[in-house]
Design a protein around this ligand. Structure first.
Ligand SMILES: [Zn+2]
Length: 461
């Protein structure tokens, strides 16, 4: 069994061949830590968690690094607004990020480097770029010279005009070419800064990833990941730095993997539209496993539409899994002899085809409910829970799932029964009764919503 991955560099799906079959290396751009992350960031982190788990099935050692950008103008602004050191802001949001990841069920990466912990390698990488004629110092800055790299733009496949528009290029007196990007910039007294050959200052954003990759893994990694929003300018610039600071033939990263974005109910998520979802709020409102399964439902290269309907569908599948757990506790699962032979795992190995994995779980649970054959049930149970264990869902007890976190709240069965009574009351045009049931549920902290797919309910957080 081998993995096939879509490589943004070639625009094709390719068989994955690591440089060293005994040690696979992967780097993913992590958060800039000045606020809580949104649900789209959660999706991205989950995509690479799944890729990490999949690689770990196939290779004896996988090193996965995900950085924290902990020096940045947005952080500086937040710190100066609150009158605190940047570390007060970054420590808080690094902790929050780690908590969110744990709640979402993601594994910890092997390495979680911080930019501020790598100032020396960052300076050394910039010096190498200058020595090799790919960068220059100017007016307290160090800048990458885009003209020094003939195939600049090869990753994002943009022409110069698109790149100028995409990078919101700033024409500045200290730049030779407006497209040249900052490797190091000067800090004033109030801004965080480090001594460097170009004066006291701080690194630009792109250079930290290149320097940390080299510090952790050397000149070339197997997989570089991130959202499609990072393709340009961030990844294009990382690639330029990585290729130009050493032997230009090595390539920096063999496979570039990019996950698509997340929309909310068919609209782009934005603070101005008022549909911005903070991941930790969603994880508090819904069972984290439900959020995890829903985020896995779209293929990582497709835009995902986050909706009440998606949550509802995902909940139905989890309800089926926990029904099996509850009602078939006496059936001893027969574990599959080899996980990699399962159709669901083959689907994962084909460029992480999660919609197919979820379809497979639906199919297996259907078959489980249909068959009367005890041995078949035992095998299906084994297969279903081997897949859910791999995905890190279905990990609660059936009691915990059906009764939710609100141990002292109204039991799920009772809620469902009241909802059914309300449907009947509405059919009989007894609207007073229907409203009374709604009020009874509301006073028990249960919100209901009528949709085309039926009545959905949530416990108030
Ligand atoms: Zn990066």
């Amino acid at each position: 069994m081998s993995l096939v991955l879509h490589n943004s560099l070639t625009g094709k799906k390719e068989p994955f061949t690591p440089q060293d079959p005994n040690h696979v290396t992967m780097y993913v751009c992590g958060p800039t830590v000045y606020n809580y992350i949104h649900i789209g960031n959660g999706r991205s982190a989950l995509v690479y968690d799944l890729l990490y788990r999949t690689l770990s099935l196939l290779y004896p050692k996988v090193s996965y690094a995900r950085n924290f950008t902990d020096v940045d103008d947005k952080i500086n602004t937040a710190a100066s607004e609150q009158g605190v050191d940047i570390s007060v802001i970054t420590d808080k949001y690094i902790q929050a990020y780690d908590d969110d990841m744990a709640k979402l069920g993601n594994l910890e990466p092997t390495h979680a480097p911080k930019a501020t912990g790598h100032i020396e390698p960052i300076i050394a990488t910039i010096e190498k770029l200058i020595e090799r004629g790919h960068a220059y110092a100017s007016d307290g800055h160090a800048l990458f010279s885009v003209d020094s790299m003939p195939d600049y733009g090869k990753l994002s496949k943009r022409n110069t005009e698109d790149m100028i528009a995409g990078a919101r290029v700033e024409v500045a007196s200290y730049k030779k070419n407006p497209m040249d990007f900052v490797l190091w910039k000067p800090s004033n007294e109030d801004q965080p800064g480090w001594e460097s050959p170009w004066g006291r200052g701080r690194p630009g954003w792109h250079i930290e990833c290149t320097a940390m990759i080299q510090a952790l893994f050397g000149d070339t990694i197997d997989i570089h990941g991130g959202g499609t929003d990072l393709l340009f300018p961030h990844h294009e610039n990382e690639l330029a730095q990585g290729v130009c600071c050493t032997d230009e033939s090595h390539g920096y990263a063999k496979y570039w993997v990019h996950n698509a974005m997340l929309d909310i109910e068919g609209e782009k998520m934005s603070k101005s539209l008022g549909n911005f979802i903070v991941l930790r709020d969603m994880l508090a409102e819904q069972p984290p496993e439900l959020v995890r399964l829903a985020l896995l439902s779209a293929h990582y290269r497709s835009n995902m539409n986050w909706s009440a309907q998606l949550l509802h569908q995902s909940k139905l599948l989890l309800d089926r899994l926990y029904t099996i757990k509850r009602d078939a506790a006496n059936i001893e699962a027969v574990a599959p002899s080899n996980l990699n032979d399962l159709p669901a795992i083959s689907a994962l190995l084909d460029d992480l085809n999660t919609p197919k994995v979820i379809a497979s779980l639906h199919d297996l649970t259907n078959r489980f409910f249909k068959t009367e054959d005890e041995l078949e049930k035992a095998e299906l149970k084994g297969e279903i829970f081997a897949i859910t264990d791999f995905l890190n869902i279905g990990q609660l007890s059936a009691t915990d799932w059906f009764q939710g976190d609100a141990a002292d709240g109204m039991p799920a069965e009772e809620i469902e029964a009241l909802i059914a009574q309300r449907v009947e009351a509405k059919k009989a045009k007894d609207f007073a009764r229907a409203d009374a049931i709604r009020d009874e549920l509301a006073s028990a902290g249960i919100q209901i919503k009528d949709t085309r797919e039926g009545t959905q309910w949530v416990r108030e957080a």
